[in-house]
Design a protein around this ligand. Sequence first.
Ligand code: ADP
Ligand code: MG
Length: 247
Amino acid sequence: MDKRELEQTLVLIKPDALKNSLTGYVLSALSEFHTGLHYCGTKIVHVSRMIAEEHYAEHRGKIFFPAILEYLMGHSHYINEPWKQRVIAIAYQGRDAIRKIRDIVGPTNPLEARTEKPGCIRSLGTMVPLKDAEGNIIGQRMDNLIHASATPEDAEREMKLWFKPNDIPPLMHAYPTEQSREFYYFKKHILYRKHEPGCVCILAPADVAWKSDLETLRKISKGTPASGSLESVVAKYLINEKQAENW
Ligand code: ADP
Ligand code: MG
């Protein structure tokens, strides 16, 4: 098979789209009929701070960083309803998947989306003023309904962050996988090779993981520099774990 047919991209239906009941609309706009792409993974995720921070790692330090974490975690749209705080993560696959989905999604800023590409998904988004403790407007949050990977590098990082290999049918895998030969445990931002009281088991022997994740874990456990952070690997193993915020 031509490798280009395996191209994958991550879509997140964000909490504002869920709240405004736009899920069906988004799924229709991104349907196989419109895009020629195929579903390869989907899950409903209660977004932990760790996965939100990893997902938006490139924006760490920017003025709007705290606001987009709160937004993705559902804190902005379901303030007193934590059980409704979730996103729908969907992986699409096929030739030109990244560009095709970004085209239908449209520009980041909903106001630009409305002028530059009326009819795109984000043209239905909203701009929300951000205020400091005194009520002064310090910026705007872009509630743009949906996330879509922007580049092949982003897509690979995001796919591996939100999905484990076993979340995707094996014949649809786009990235190399490997079976773990070791146990890996995690607690309070530290990786352990042996069980510690209160830790969580990330991987056990014979579990299938992304090859790059195992390489990162091996390097971190040896104390050598790794290309990815420990949290970028661990976050997905804590998806929908009840105590994700305590680990
Ligand atoms: P995209 O989602 O189109 O890839 P970015 O990666 O630049 O856009 O930004 C991530 C998210 O952060 C956006 O979808 C939007 O919700 C928010 N955002 C981006 N830029 C700003 C900004 N200047 N002010 C407020 N929010 C922003
Ligand atoms: Mg982006």
